[in-house]
Design a binder for this molecule. Structure first.
Ligand SMILES: *[C@@H]1O[C@H](CO)[C@@H](O)[C@H](O)[C@H]1NC(C)=O
Ligand SMILES: *[C@@H]1O[C@H](CO)[C@@H](O)[C@H](O)[C@H]1NC(C)=O
Ligand SMILES: *[C@@H]1O[C@H](CO)[C@@H](O)[C@H](O)[C@H]1NC(C)=O
Ligand SMILES: *[C@@H]1O[C@H](CO)[C@@H](O)[C@H](O)[C@H]1NC(C)=O
Ligand SMILES: *[C@@H]1O[C@H](CO)[C@@H](O)[C@H](O)[C@H]1NC(C)=O
Length: 517
């Protein structure tokens, strides 16, 4: 085993030196475009979803490396993005909510765009890349991460405003919100604005610029509300979304702490009068179908914009990465939205295209990967000095993930890869006020750590001390084990079954090892 690893490492090293020689020969380095979709799970044709209408992402995947089992570090926007962009786990950043900035709170850690900026790239952010607000210092971490102030669409501010005309034409704060652009503020939508700006930027870099660029383009959709140009809805007959999943019941052996009551969905005008029983629902079959239809239509809408963006890029000279910041439950085991440690909330699309490693049909990689891996992978694909693996929090420029470069090169992996995700709770039971889906740091009492291995998902909910960020492994509030060979929907918690004791113990040890003390 060690011997194989050594050989692989040597191979890798010789490849790197070859690469360096090649890139020194080249006149300029590749540009890099990072595309982030908000709340996108892999409902794409390229991921085998037959209901999806994603021709542009599917065409893009044709020439790309598609990671079929990629996972987010936490199913919430700000923690997931800060983790992705700093290459550190939420536990290292101490950010599980929206309200602290890592540079002042945890450590002055180098970000992915900052690393490129410091290596001669012009870096630019369009749309929702960092989560706005305190978690990125109200500046999207400009100027350290970006060469120019980040572009934010001016219509972003209407995200929670009454902008959805109902049948009588009265504007509502609806969840399902197909619109005519003419009825909208400034007659446009945030993603349309961001893509126009991204294309303007790319065009402006085509001439007379010696330095390559790193651009991040963050789409606001399919995050709720499902507000998109009306015509996208007609691609999705509602009947197709009734029997979307057979798994419609709350899992019988699920610990209460695992449940997220999808408070954000309930709060919208078109749902708040339907008396959805708290915390477990269910949502009516009709409304369930409407949510799924709205989600798919939102994805079709951003797929269309993604196609426009790609048409403006020189793909022979650009590394492109496409991902979702985390998933979204569409009614599986009666759950909706994110805010959990279930597969549906954590699994994301991750598609990487590199002119250096062209393929003519999707090259599927089935090893487990994490969003943490994106930072070191992009650094390797651009031929920058490799990002070192973090040894301590005093090390400001490093990553906690692993580069996927060997897989993209076709070398495969020597070790079994696992993904670690986490979600905080303020208590055992779901609550509406305060909203247990989004606990603030000081109220966190329980942390759910979830390990995805090749075959299993193992989740352990333990006591967490928000004052000193420590956890007590012996104070357990819930334990879950799902065998993905038999139960890809995670409906049957195997923890009560003695036959699985050995697996459970082994995974618990592994989980504690990965989390560290
Ligand atoms: C943080 O690091 C950057 C360089 O990575 C440096 O310019 C800045 O001064 C540092 N800030 C603090 C507060 O140390
Ligand atoms: C964060 O924002 C404040 C202004 O609100 C600014 O003074 C400070 O320099 C910023 N910090 C960094 C690291 O950019
Ligand atoms: C969904 O499945 C049920 C049976 O499980 C069937 O009665 C119903 O007609 C189906 N609905 C649609 C819209 O296909
Ligand atoms: C919801 O409950 C309220 C009060 O109990 C009732 O007036 C209303 O008709 C219910 N709505 C629906 C859609 O059942
Ligand atoms: C963290 O704080 C808790 C509660 O105050 C305390 O019980 C625990 O021992 C502390 N842990 C560490 C590692 O300091």
């Amino acid at each position: 085993m060690t011997c194989i690893r050594l050989v692989l490492r040597l191979l890798l090293l010789s490849f790197f030196s070859l690469l360096e020689a090649v890139s020194q020969d080249r006149i300029r380095r590749s540009n890099v475009v990072l595309v982030i979709f908000d709340d996108l799970r892999p409902v794409l044709g390229a991921y085998g979803d037959s209901l999806a209408s994603t021709p542009n992402l599917d065409a893009f995947a044709q020439g790309s490396h598609v990671f079929t089992r990629a996972y987010s570090q936490q199913a919430l926007c700000a923690p997931s993005r800060n983790s992705l962009l700093t290459g550190r786990r939420p536990d290292t950043l101490h950010l599980y909510d929206f309200y602290s900035y890592w540079r002042t709170f945890s450590g002055n850690f180098t970000t992915l765009p900052q690393y490129f900026k410091e290596h001669g790239y012009y870096t630019y952010s369009c749309g929702k890349v960092f989560h706005p607000g305190l978690s990125s210092n109200n500046t999207d971490d400009y100027p350290l991460s970006w060469s120019a102030p980040a572009f934010r669409p001016r219509t972003e501010q209407f995200m929670n405003s009454p902008v959805c005309p109902d049948r009588e034409g009265i504007l509502r704060k609806n969840l399902i919100c197909p619109v005519e652009l003419q009825t909208q503020p400034f007659k446009t939508l945030p993603d349309i604005e961001s893509v126009a700006e991204a294309m303007r930027f790319v065009e402006s870099r085509k001439h007379n610029h010696a330095e390559p660029f790193f651009m991040a383009m963050g789409f606001h959709k399919p995050h709720i509300n499902f507000r998109f140009p009306k015509q996208f809805l007609s691609r999705f007959p509602l009947q197709k979304f009734y029997n979307y999943t057979e798994d419609r019941l709350k899992p019988p052996n699920m610990p209460a702490v695992a449940w997220n009551p999808y408070t954000d969905v309930r709060a919208r005008d078109d749902f708040k009068h339907s008396n959805i029983s708290f915390p477990y629902g269910p949502i009516s079959q009709h409304q369930a179908a409407q949510i799924r239809q709205g989600y798919y239509a939102s994805v079709a809408y951003v797929d269309d914009l993604f196609g426009k963006l790609m048409s403006g890029l020189d793909l022979d000279n650009t590394v492109v990465v496409v991902l979702g910041d985390h998933g979204w439950s569409l009614g599986e085991h009666a759950e909706w939205a994110k805010y959990s440690n279930f597969e549906v909330a954590l699994r994301v699309p991750l598609i990487i295209r590199s002119p250096q490693f062209p393929v003519t049909k999707p090259k599927y990689h089935h090893d487990v990967s994490e969003l943490l891996d994106v930072f070191p992978t992009l650094v390797d694909l651009a031929g920058l000095p490799p990002l070192s693996t973090c040894r301590s929090n005093q090390d400001l420029t490093c990553g906690e993930g692993k580069s996927l470069y060997p897989q993209i090169m076709g070398l495969g992996t020597a070790d079994e890869h696992v993904a670690l995700s986490q979600y905080p709770r303020r208590g055992m039971l779901p609550t509406k006020h305060p909203n247990s889906d989004k606990p603030k740091l000081r109220n966190i009492k329980i942390m759910g750590y979830s390990l995805r291995t090749d075959l299993y998902r193992y989740t352990l909910w333990v006591r967490f001390h928000a004052q000193n960020f420590s956890r007590d492994w012996h104070d357990v509030y819930g334990e879950e084990l799902y065998d993905h060979r038999l139960d890809s929907g995670e409906e049957f918690n195997l923890v009560p079954l003695p036959e699985f004791d050995d697996v459970r113990q082994r995974l618990r040890r592994r989980l504690m090892e990965v989390v560290g003390s």
